[in-house]
Write a protein that binds this ligand. Structure first.
Ligand code: SF4
Length: 483
């Protein structure tokens, strides 16, 4: 049966690249066959049609993007797409407007640039698409570079990525199935729910990894996401394998996410099965029930910050509404090369970090980031607005959220964060933002305020224009500051 490549933003199956199309691609190391489960998610091979053309997602291991790779991606975008590039909220890149008939050429160029899964399993690889799909491991953009972290997770992250890619059984996981590995860095995205999360915890002189299912590390005392247990760092890969195998053992055909399996079987029963798969005790003498993670400081995603106490800084920036063009990506890559770091780290705030800059060069790097049009200051309203593709790029969009987001930014009250969503699917934010404007018609939005409930929050006003939304936000936030 042919696969249907329908993305949330899709118009229909792409007339371009299909899983078998690269069989004859001379420069590809792979010989792809059909993915075992149809998916709506765009990928390197699965280019789905959106209103503004094909959509191709490039998964970056732990958000890391080498400068040479960035140059190659910019070149591929220039040749085969409209040139619009997005940083996603999982620290990946996606190329929009892939031209019909050029999908194979694009995928081939991206593979040549090293953007696919790590080295193929063997010469007769049959399913690199699935291996590409499941590389969903989020770490802090400062992983391995934050002296305040409890644990440098870079080696563990690499082991988990290899595990995901190399066990053929894990190809059955949904492309949306996601893991998080948290070393306790000061900069971390703690709002995205993950199917599996692991977080470093100080235990006297040692570090353990608390872990949980279908949620995120608990920060508040009242958090609903208590850890399910804790293990030693060297036990993490075996634990992850056991969790994934248990998930696949129990998942019914319509269960794609951990929450589905837990709803059917319960956490206790699930964890009992996990315990039988590992040769160590999952809770041991360390009780994690009361553990809460230190809050992250998301303002560290922008501007200049010391990376260590000796000589290095990093600079954080973001393109307005998560979008850049191929020229900006080229400029970013060149900046990283000139700064002698030659690497970039993308962030789940749809931004980028230039790491490892000698202190003396750091102000110059920040100026260059600003000169190529990136936002580097958290006070800039463009740092506080996120928006999905909206009606310009997505058939489900009720309004031009990108255009309206720019209009709103010009009038946004200080300290207010807003998410504009073209429909209730909320593609641009995996978490509930402080304020959500949900499009109901062109240039018309319902306004919601986060209140801890699932979804967009509690409705506070209906059918607002952007000017009315700005006025309402001004009034509501002023009255809450005054209170
Ligand atoms: S949230 Fe936006 S991008 Fe996602 S399906 Fe709705 S309109 Fe499309």
């Amino acid at each position: 049966m042919p696969q249907q490549f329908l993305h949330d933003e899709a118009l229909g199956p792409s007339r371009g690249a299909q899983p078998g199309d690269l069989l004859n691609h001379a420069t590809s190391a792979f010989t792809p066959a059909a993915s075992p489960r149809p998916s709506a998610c765009p990928g390197l091979w699965r280019i789905v049609q959106a209103r503004d053309g094909g959509l191709c997602r490039i998964k970056l291991p732990c958000g890391e993007l080498r400068a040479d790779q960035a140059l190659a991606i910019a070149d591929a975008a220039k040749r085969h797409t409209s040139g619009v590039i997005e940083v996603t909220n999982r620290a990946n890149l996606q190329l929009r407007g892939v031209r019909i008939g050029e999908e194979n050429a694009l995928t081939g160029r991206l593979l040549d640039a090293g953007s696919g899964p790590q080295a193929p399993r063997d010469d007769h690889e049959t399913n690199p698409i699935a291996r590409d799909d499941i590389r969903n491991l989020m770490v802090s953009p400062l992983a391995g570079r934050d002296p305040h972290a409890l644990f440098d997770v870079t080696a563990l992250a690499s082991q988990i990525l290899s595990l995901l890619q190399d066990d053929p059984r894990f190809a059955a996981l949904s492309p949306k199935f996601a893991l998080m590995l948290d070393g306790g860095e000061r900069l971390a995205m703690l709002d995205h729910p993950h199917d599996i999360w692991l977080a470093a915890v100080r235990d006297r002189e040692d570090v353990r990894f608390a872990f949980g299912l279908a949620g995120c590390p608990p920060v508040l005392r009242t958090s609903r996401h208590a850890p399910s247990g804790a293990v030693l760092p060297h036990q993490v890969p075996a634990l992850v394998a056991a969790l994934l195998h248990t998930f696949l053992d129990l998942a019914a055909p319509d269960h794609s996410r951990m929450r589905d399996v837990l709803a059917a079987h319960g956490v206790t029963s699930f964890m009992e099965q996990v315990q039988t798969r590992v040769g160590f005790t999952l809770l041991d003498d360390f009780r994690v029930d009361a553990w809460r993670r230190s809050p992250a400081n998301v303002s560290l995603r922008l501007g200049l910050h010391p990376q260590d106490s000796v000589n290095l800084s990093y600079a954080g920036a973001q393109p307005a509404l998560g979008r850049l063009d191929f020229k900006t990506l080229e400029a970013l890559a060149q900046l990283a090369i000139d700064a002698r770091t030659a690497t970039l780290r993308l962030t789940p705030w749809q931004g980028v970090i230039v790491p490892d800059i000698p202190h003396d060069n750091a102000p110059q790097v920040l100026k260059r980031l600003e000169s190529i049009g990136l936002v580097t200051d958290a006070a800039n309203p463009l740092a506080r607005v996120i928006a999905c593709a909206g009606s310009q790029g997505c058939v489900k969009g009720n309004a031009d959220t990108k255009g309206d987001g720019l209009l709103l930014a010009a009038r946004l009250p200080a300290g207010v964060d807003v998410h504009l969503s073209g429909c209730p699917r909320s593609c641009a934010a995996a978490h509930c933002a402080s304020w959500t404007l949900l499009a109901v018609a062109p240039a018309r939005y319902d306004l919601f305020r986060r209140d801890g409930s699932p979804g967009s929050g509690v409705p506070v006003a209906r059918n607002l224009t952007i000017d009315q939304a700005a006025d309402t936000l001004e009034r509501l936030t002023r009255s809450s500051f005054d209170a």
